[in-house]
Design a protein around this ligand. Structure first.
Ligand code: ATP
Ligand code: MG
Ligand code: MG
Ligand code: MG
Length: 436
């Protein structure tokens, strides 16, 4: 994209009402604009980031055998009355009436819809397990929307639902999802630590939240410092092998890590004092086993191996895709701006033409840009070099390809790595190899 023609409204001033770095930077780098409290318009660069994240989530869901669907954002209240949650959900649910006075709602989550649709079709245990997911907008009328997209009211979430014939199979599904999530975060270039979370009345150990550690996080966290360097994905896992999944899960669970809601002082004392880490984290994902809660209340059964009807066991699996945009920035920025991890960045590199109008510079930049116009943001504005550097740092492209008249004469560019500040003098071809 050519910067001179693109809609990338960056701000020099710090927006006054933004309390945390990621919110300020998302506004300053021109990623989003608020249209109503907790409701945002995603501008071109922000949308690219949102899509990059969603695509990685999708690929890693598909890789463990989950299947994508797309449910509507609007749901019928009747379904929620059947599950018994309509009244229980409270004021976070946006309730709507249509012209016939029928009660509708904007989905805050989709257990009822998926259980109804899938349950109608499933006949036999032989059709299980099934994992279905979608990436879709949700609405929760948060009492205090804040921190930009981090706690919005309308937000983008991957929600997945597992259906299994029995507990053992449901545990395998749960572990597959945990694996898929850790692979997802690794590719996103962030560390999100799985922590034991509250299971409510269901009990057991099958609820985990994934937290990106950050001082601005809303959850208190307690964890073993050994986790700072543990590679959860060191061993290959065959997702069709229960033993592999079990080994993987044991490894993940081998060190203490809990959110404040689930913190257990006694277990904490068994962590060596010098390894006890207490801090704050951002909940970016949540996986949860809840058994037959919905299949019972909504009366869904399949024929079991001996012919008797069985209520399938379920779990739900959420990733906050739009929250991740803010959370990644919270984990990866400096005073100058965003530092995008490579796989998430809206552009792989900015091309900074330091002397627009100079024929050598222009020709070199055009040639470079045309190699991959969708991957580069070409700063072809006739601004001062300083302004270009500042904008590129603010927008956080992983690389900056700096083209000045002296180097251009020799066919050379300067390549800067945003994360480290390292600089390399390279030929155009060498730079392309590093960047693309
Ligand atoms: P929180 O504790 O932050 O309110 P939650 O526990 O209510 O989140 P879940 O029901 O577990 O959220 O939803 C799955 C994921 O959706 C969360 O882990 C989070 O990443 C994301 N999410 C939830 N609420 C919001 C929101 N208001 N804005 C943006 N993302 C959200
Ligand atoms: Mg909530
Ligand atoms: Mg929560
Ligand atoms: Mg949660």
């Amino acid at each position: 994209m050519r910067l001179s023609r693109s809609f990338l409204p960056t701000l020099k001033e710090t927006p006054a009402d933004a309390q945390i770095a990621s919110h300020r930077l998302m506004l300053r780098a021109g990623l989003v604009r608020q249209t109503a409290s907790g409701i945002y318009t995603w501008l071109p660069a922000g949308l690219k980031v949102l899509r990059n994240i969603a695509n990685i989530v999708r690929e890693e869901q598909d890789r463990v055998g989950a299947q994508e669907v797309l449910m509507a954002t609007i749901q019928s209240a009747e379904l929620w009355k059947r599950s018994g949650r309509y009244d229980a959900y409270g004021p976070e649910m946006l309730r709507i009436k249509d012209r016939h006075e029928r009660e509708l709602l904007y989905g805050p989550t989709n257990e009822e819809v998926i259980t109804d649709v899938v349950g109608q079709e499933l006949k036999s245990y032989k059709e299980l397990p099934q994992i279905l997911y979608q990436i879709q907008w949700k609405f929760r009328d948060e009492i205090r929307p804040r921190f930009g997209v981090m706690r919005g009211r309308e937000f983008y979430m991957k929600d997945g639902y597992g259906f299994d014939i029995d507990y053992k199979s449901a545990v395998d599904t749960y572990r597959k999802m945990m694996l898929s999530y850790l692979r997802t975060f690794q590719r996103l270039g962030v560390r999100a630590v799985p922590m034991v979370a509250d299971t409510g009345p269901i009990g057991g150990d099958l609820s985990h939240e994934f937290l990106i550690l950050a001082p601005t996080g809303e959850s208190g966290v307690f964890y073993d410092g050994a986790l700072d360097t543990l590679d959860w994905l060191a061993d290959p896992v065959d997702v069709d092998k229960s033993e592999d999944l079990e080994k993987f899960f044991k490894n993940v669970s081998s060190y203490y890590a809990a959110t404040d809601e689930k913190h257990d002082e006694k277990a904490w004392e068994s962590v060596p004092a010098e390894r006890r880490r207490e801090g704050r984290g951002i909940e970016v994902a949540h996986i949860f086993y809840f058994g037959t809660k919905y299949t019972k209340s909504m009366d869904i059964t399949v024929a079991g191996p001996d012919g008797t009807p069985v209520h399938p066991e379920m779990g739900s699996y959420g990733i906050g895709v739009s929250r991740l945009v803010g959370a990644i920035i919270e984990a990866s920025h400096d005073d100058a701006g965003v530092i995008w991890p490579d796989n998430v960045a809206p552009f792989k590199a900015a091309i900074l033409n330091l002397k627009v109008g100079d024929e050598t510079c222009d020709t070199l930049c055009e040639a470079l840009y045309n190699k991959a116009p969708e991957q580069f943001l070409y700063d072809d504005r006739s601004d001062r070099a300083g302004a270009k550097f500042a904008d590129a740092d603010l927008m956080g492209h992983p690389w900056q390809i700096i083209v000045g008249p002296r180097g251009a004469k020799e066919g050379k560019v300067e390549l800067k790595r945003r994360a480290t500040g390292e600089r390399f003098e390279l030929t155009v071809d060498e730079a392309l190899v590093k960047v693309l």
